[in-house]
Design a protein around this ligand. Structure first.
Ligand SMILES: C[S@@+](CC[C@H](N)C(=O)[O-])C[C@H]1O[C@@H](n2cnc3c(N)ncnc32)[C@H](O)[C@@H]1O
Length: 231
């Protein structure tokens, strides 16, 4: 289905990050908000593998993806644990939650006229990710790509009172969406301005748990920055 985000490697990684940083977290979160649920598979699979007694409230703008997600939620009888609105979190009342999670749109490009416009992350790819860090949630789990101005995101998190509490990194090959010539050429240009980092056909994707400094004394910002800019 071409109109729904499809990248199993990335979605599995996101699902593993949810397991490690959210569902097996000693804080035992009860309310989680998700930006950009896609077909819902990452959350659904991690719910099936873990005991989670809270509620995940997702937001997905793409109606086709939202419909598929709801069918799968019904199929696995998870509607008491996972609900998704067909709208944008930014336009909503932004439900209260201990944690916000997202594999956000992070493709950099001159404009959103790309294969899948809903994957557009603004000119440098970090616009939506950085916006998610201004919403005031105590914990934020997001995927950050090394070609989407990662330093700006670490800086933005710091300015909004977050420490990097934990992270994990996956090397990924440029795929269908990031290899689109308009996107790839833009990333190449960003590289010369030290806003994109990759090596050959590989880049790094980090799954990061940001926690408000009032709730964490660990800060791995420097380590994360070193890894994401090291390619
Ligand atoms: C990279 S995909 C991730 C999908 C899914 N979470 C996964 O990891 O497989 C990003 C998703 O965000 C959705 N999206 C983009 N802008 C959005 C917005 N303002 N509100 C809600 N969803 C949005 C896109 O339609 C897309 O499904």
């Amino acid at each position: 289905m071409k109109e729904i985000f499809y990248c199993p490697e990335e979605s599995n990684f996101y699902s593993n990050c949810l397991e490690n940083f959210v569902f097996r977290n000693r804080h035992n979160f009860k309310h989680v908000v998700e930006f950009g649920s896609g077909d819902g598979i990452p959350v659904i699979y991690s719910l099936l593998r873990n005991q989670f007694t809270g509620l995940i409230h997702g937001f997905e703008l793409n109606t086709a993806a939202w419909k598929v997600a709801n069918l799968t939620i019904d199929e696995y009888s998870l509607s008491d644990k996972y609900v998704i609105d067909n709208s944008s979190l930014f336009e909503s009342n932004q439900p209260q939650a201990e944690c916000l999670v997202a594999n956000p749109p992070y493709l950099p490009a001159p404009d959103n006229d790309i294969y899948m416009p809903l994957l557009f992350g603004g000119y440098d790819g970090a616009t939506i990710t950085n916006q998610l860090l201004t919403l005031g949630y105590d914990n934020v789990v997001v995927l950050i790509s090394s070609y989407s101005n990662p330093v700006s995101t670490i800086e933005c998190a710091k300015n909004n009172g977050y420490y990097v509490n934990n992270f994990t990194v996956l090397p990924l090959e440029f795929g269908y969406y990031s290899s689109e010539p308009k996107v790839k050429n833009h990333i190449k240009e960003m590289r010369s301005n030290k806003m994109a980092f990759y090596s050959g056909n590989y880049y790094f994707l980090a799954g990061v748990l940001f926690t408000n400094y009032q709730h964490s004394s660990v800060d791995l910002s420097k380590e994360l920055s070193q890894v994401l800019t090291g390619l």
